[in-house]
Write a protein that binds this ligand. Sequence first.
Ligand SMILES: Nc1ncnc2c1ncn2[C@@H]1O[C@H](COP(=O)(O)OP(=O)(O)OP(=O)(O)O)[C@@H](O)[C@H]1O
Length: 336
Amino acid sequence: MALIEFRGVGKAFEGGVTALEDVDLEIGAGEVHAVIGHSGAGKSTLVRLINALERPTSGAVVVDGVDLTALSERDLREVRKGIGMVFQQFNLLRSRTVFENVAYPLRVARWGRAERERRVTELLHFVGIAEHAWRYPGRLSGGQKQRVGIARALAANPKVLLADEATSALDPETTGEVLRLLKRVNTELGVTIVVITHEMEVVRAIADRVSVLEAGRLVEHGDVRTVFTDPRREVTRRFVATALHDRPAADDLARIRARHPGRLVTARVRDDVRIGPALTAAATGHGVAFEIVHGGIKDVGGAAVGSLTLELTGPDDSVDRAIAALRATTPVEDLG
Ligand SMILES: Nc1ncnc2c1ncn2[C@@H]1O[C@H](COP(=O)(O)OP(=O)(O)OP(=O)(O)O)[C@@H](O)[C@H]1O
């Protein structure tokens, strides 16, 4: 069953900006769902609709079976207690220690002192920052600050965690650490996570499913492996290319051509597709020599996904036959 559901949601702001238009979206309990889009696509608006900081101008947002559009401000406060949030700029209280930052939402929720201390200690261990409990945020690295942000967001046992560009302020290595922590939050604590990002690498590393937003519309969605192997829309193809780095960009291609005068083709690679036998047959049966000149293969949702660009050398009709044989196993783009 969907834990979060958008039914024909539109959001227009005063002044005429339409931030979202006719969005249908289902996020299942227990999944990591990424929403990717360029700046201004409507990602933050979508998040703010899930925790009801904004109300839709049309359609309905349903969280855990409750239609948020029908609720009073007081009831919305209850719903928000079940939703944790992590921010790009961490949003920690600078004059409070790590421990106090994590304890803060529990104070607001009027948890007793002993209960609070037990919960905060447990969380600081979970996120791996217990030894810094009495430091102030100013003395922490970006990655450590985000661990505190995650612990704070989890304090009151939310069902849902919203991560809005949670790793955008971090370097690549720290990004990896924080994404692995978020994955543990999902698998070990069973928290449903909605990740908002403009980086496809984040989607690849952590998400089960992905939705692509373009100019306020949800243009593509599906499980991450399918979207990576078979992107339908141009915007999605470009996002996928930024994560896989598998296809030669225009300047790469010019350099490759200068060194490799044969026919260039890009063959899609997946671990359930065998291109080796087709290449061997091309070499032995058609007398075509091949060379790997570019490529990238990455793990996406537990599967190998990417492409290889090959130079095929031999008589034209033999090369044509070799390409046809390769096409029988996997999609092939003829670069000429
Ligand atoms: N409160 C507001 N009033 C008017 N327009 C708004 C408001 N909030 C957002 N918008 C507009 O709605 C559109 C979508 O904005 P939103 O912040 O949701 O996009 P985004 O994908 O999160 O972008 P970014 O990655 O830059 O934050 C933009 O054109 C933005 O200017």
